[in-house]
Design a protein around this ligand. Structure first.
Ligand code: SDX
Length: 424
């Protein structure tokens, strides 16, 4: 099997080591045995497989995304977010009976402890960013469910997972209602997962919230598209903190904190701010010229893995058409379409294989549906919780070791202490 190995020759000693290529990778510990004094350096893990996983498959060159083998296009067309969450967690689509039990379990765990709302969330400053509130509230849940530390008990794990998936929309909506001075809306168990979230977001004085079914379905599809994405930054945070055997709420809060970054889940908020800054079609060419001169980045463009069109962006463009037919077209859409047209024909972006990613159009839909831009990363965190939890379970079932990388030390050599009166 010579073609399934690589050979390392240490030219300092002439020693040769054959290392097998397994599942498309070479085991770095084999490298260490061959060269114990030489480390790999890969600061952003751009060329490193941090783990083995069977949850999600990406092919960045072909623009392929599959959850447990199912193409994202088919799941977006035929499935629901809760069914996809079950698939990510259990590895198989649920039977009708399993789905019924799953939906019931999630539905009846949407309430949050009154102290989380009254004593915790309402303790924030009036203009607190809802994502900062969500990250904090998720961490705070670890103090309400002390059995969460039983991470080796599958039953306890699943109980926490159900709580997290179910309560994320409630916490998200509560943060929004607080930030706009509206009263908290309790979950309505007669509604679907996406409809219940919209009810908790928008219900005012009517007895029961209702909205256009196209908007409910559009939100469910957006949740499906954002449910998981392999070893992205926030999932890596989840796996890192989870590897320390922290409870799932603390690990999930770490993942949500990573997602908050504008390079990651905060990008759709940055896209809207960029489109507003551009302001009109006439300014598109000048903005693109500025990006090419290094005066900033085209938000919503580029991806560490996708070097072709993000398959989610293709689906989201279709969802946008359906939403705008109900809400009216987002006036920023024309600027976004012009930006895409100009960028995709410009060698600066083509040569760097920069295409619209999931965030380029999602913000336009959320804004047309009435969500304030501060809620956009929160809307990303709600569905990504299922993916984070699937990876958390996987790392525990793999009995993964604690994440503790090494470094290449480039600092000072040994030197002696200098008394303060002798320092220049
Ligand atoms: C998400 O990982 C995931 O899976 C994430 C995600 C998920 O579902 O979890 O898909 C969600 O985070 C999508 C990405 C959202 N972020 C943005 O849209 C922010 C804008 N995009 C970038 O900042 C950037 O593209 C990243 C962060 C997404 C990827 O950065 P990389 O892989 O580190 O690429 P890079 O910074 O090394 O860029 C390579 C080149 C550079 O040019 P040179 O230095 O070679 O001349 O491309 C340029 C960059 O300057 N470049 C851009 C650009 N993105 C990269 N130039 C202009 N506009 C951009 N958006």
């Amino acid at each position: 099997m010579a073609d399934e190995t690589i050979t390392i020759i240490d030219n300092r000693t002439g020693e040769r080591s054959d290392i097998p290529i397994v599942n498309g990778g070479i085991d770095a510990t084999s490298w260490r045995k061959a060269l114990p004094d030489v480390l790999f350096t890969d600061p952003a893990l751009m060329s490193t497989a941090a783990c083995e996983s069977s949850v999600t498959y990406l092919d960045g060159g072909e623009g392929i995304l599959r959850y447990r083998g199912y193409p994202i296009e088919q799941l977006a067309e035929h499935s629901t977010y809760l069914e996809v969450a079950y698939l990510l967690l259990h590895g198989e689509l649920p039977t009708a009976e399993q789905n019924e039990v799953w939906i019931h379990d999630i539905t009846y765990h949407t309430f949050i402890h009154e102290n989380v709302r009254k004593r915790f969330l309402e303790g924030f400053h009036y203009d607190a960013h809802p994502m900062g509130m969500l990250v904090s509230a998720v961490a705070a849940l670890s103090t309400f469910y002390l059995d969460a530390k039983d991470i080796h008990d599958p039953g306890s794990r699943m109980k926490q997972i159900v709580r997290l998936i179910a309560k994320m929309p409630t916490l998200a909506a509560a943060a929004h209602r607080f930030s706009v001075g509206m009263p908290f809306v309790y979950p309505d168990n007669s509604l679907s997962f996406p409809a219940n979230f919209l009810s908790m977001m928008w219900k005012v004085a009517e007895p029961r919230f209702s909205t256009h079914p196209v908007l409910v379905r559009a939100l469910d599809v957006l949740f499906i598209l954002h449910a998981d994405h392999e070893q992205n930054c926030s999932t890596t945070a989840m796996r890192t903190v989870g590897s320390a055997h922290a409870d799932p709420y603390s690990a999930c809060a770490a993942a949500a904190a990573a997602l908050y970054g504008p390079r990651h889940g905060g990008a759709n908020e940055a896209v809207i701010k960029m489109l507003n800054e551009i302001g009109s079609l006439d300014n598109v060419d000048d903005y693109i010229a500025g990006v090419k001169q290094g005066k900033g980045r085209l938000q919503g463009f580029g991806h560490r893995v996708y070097k072709s069109y993000d398959p989610r962006a293709t689906i989201i463009k279709h969802v946008a058409d359906q939403v705008f037919a109900v809400t009216g077209k987002n006036p920023l859409l024309d600027i976004a379409l012009k930006l895409e047209e100009v960028a995709l024909s410009d060698d600066y972006f083509i040569s760097r294989r920069l295409y619209p990613n999931v965030d380029f159009y999602s913000g336009l839909i959320y804004q047309a549906m009435g969500f304030p831009i501060e809620m956009f990363p929160v809307l990303f965190a709600i569905p990504r919780t299922a993916g984070w939890m699937a990876h958390w379970v996987e790392l525990l079932e793999q009995d993964a070791k604690i994440v503790r990388p090494r470094q290449l030390y480039v600092g000072h050599d040994k030197r002696d202490y200098v008394p303060v009166d002798q320092r220049s």
